[in-house]
Write a protein that binds this ligand. Structure first.
Ligand code: SAH
Length: 418
């Protein structure tokens, strides 16, 4: 957006050529590409990937969305009380803790804004206080909404600074009266001085306390604190691409590392012999176990652990040889934006799976992790971009790596040309 919207005046300063389609885009900073034509967004992202990953091979085009707006299934607002203005629901201004009021967003599920506006009205009419970060005084802190794309379900999470919720029944009833489409309401208690939105304690105020959604024909339970891809339409494309790249065999045992609520592993389960999922977040693992049951998947097990430590332990046990060796044929890894740990990468090389499918939302960390794997016996076979975050600068990449045979792995024979 910056590049297209601004030109340089004769004094060398940037001036606005035309206004952004979003009135808060500059302050919010979330949609860096909002005013750039979608085809160009995809081309720019492809260019970026090609540049970053050029040492490892070709990158296929970035797969875009048919309708690249209103895709986000997770919507967050921080609350603030402003003298003369009342309750403000907004987002933090880029790199600061100033709140920018949000009245409309081009990338969020369109059903959410109206619910947020009405929650703010109810907060006022119930005379609830708003949490103040500086003084630590006040009750309501954040509103979080999660929506199910195929199920249509909506979860409202009200983040409060303490566990008491005066008039909670009346509040919930009043909200449901205005929005009967809400399927569950959860109170999350965050009493810490922290920039994290959610705390660890929760009370279900209405409904089941989670939503469900369908991906690639499988049903998933998603609770408030579990990770779930924010763009459900593109997630199906991403997972299908990853599994097509992987081309696993029915006899394979694979690890789904950083598995979240078990989505990829469960979708891959009928293509392989066995799946082992590992994930750090306890709630996500709980959801993953339920999700396996929900889909009648029996050849998958989930472990709540750091993925690197978990895999290193298996690799070391294999080396010690006291137990039966756990052969791993494939690893699907989908780490956070910061990438994987050295321990994890080392464990991959120790377990030596034939194939590694790396799903990444951080191209820079992907490049550095590929550097490690490429210098430890792996070769990148294919790479492809998927636009999971239209209108923003972010882009997802899938890469397939395969283990080089020992012969090609250790070519250190020097050929004397003279
Ligand atoms: N594969 C899942 C989740 C990907 S997001 C999906 O497609 O939905 C990355 C996940 O890694 C998150 O669920 C996060 O909780 C988890 N995670 C972060 N650090 C981790 C670590 N060190 N070990 C295991 N899991 C981790």
């Amino acid at each position: 957006m910056e590049k297209d919207n601004k030109k340089t005046n004769n004094k060398g300063n940037n001036v606005n050529k035309n206004k952004s389609m979003c009135s808060i885009s500059e302050k919010c900073g979330g949609c860096q590409y909002l005013d750039v034509e979608y085809e160009k967004q995809l081309k720019d992202k492809h260019k970026k990937l090609k540049k970053l990953l050029k040492d490892y091979g070709e990158v296929d085009d970035v797969i875009g969305m048919k309708t690249p707006l209103h895709y986000r299934n997770k919507v967050h607002r921080v609350l603030e009380f402003r003298k003369g203005k009342g309750v403000i629901a907004g987002t933090y201004e880029e790199k600061s803790h100033r709140v920018v009021p949000v009245k409309h967003c081009y990338i969020e599920d369109e059903r959410c804004q109206c619910i947020i506006d009405d929650i703010c009205e109810l907060i006022k009419s119930f005379k609830m206080t708003i949490f103040n970060e500086d003084t630590g005084f006040g009750f309501m802190r954040h509103i979080l909404l999660r929506t199910g794309n195929t199920s249509g379900q909506i979860m409202v999470v009200l983040v409060t600074a303490n566990g008491a919720f005066p008039s909670k029944k009346n509040f919930v009833n009043a909200l449901l009266k205005k929005h009967p489409e809400i399927t569950t309401i959860v109170q999350n208690i965050n009493d810490k001085k922290t920039s994290m939105v959610l705390g660890t304690r929760e009370n279900i105020l209405y409904g089941k306390g989670f939503i469900e959604d369908t991906l690639c024909g499988r049903k998933f339970k998603i609770s408030s604190r579990s990770f779930y891809q924010v763009n459900p339409v593109q997630t199906e494309i991403l997972y299908k691409k990853a599994l097509k790249f992987a081309d696993f065999k029915k006899t394979d045992r694979i690890i789904d590392a950083y598995c979240g609520i078990g989505t990829i592993g469960i979708i891959a389960s009928d293509k392989v012999e066995e799946v082992i999922g590992v994930e750090l977040n306890k709630d996500a693992v709980r959801d993953a176990i339920t999700n396996a049951k929900l889909n009648g998947v029996k050849n998958i097990k989930f472990y709540n652990n750091d993925a690197g430590k978990f895999m290193k332990d298996i690799a070391l046990a294999n080396e010690e040889g006291e137990l039966d060796k756990v052969v791993i044929d494939g690893v699907i890894m989908d780490p956070p934006r910061t990438g994987s740990s050295e321990e994890f990468l080392e464990a991959v090389t120790m377990l030596a799976p034939k194939k590694v499918v790396y799903i990444s939302c951080g191209p820079e960390s992907l490049a550095s992790d590929l550097k490690y794997l490429a210098s430890h016996g792996y070769e990148v076979q294919k790479m492809c971009g998927v636009d999971m975050f239209a209108m923003t600068e972010h882009v997802e990449t899938v890469a397939l790596l395969s283990k080089l045979s020992e012969a090609t792995n250790h070519i250190d024979i020097k050929v004397d040309m003279d």
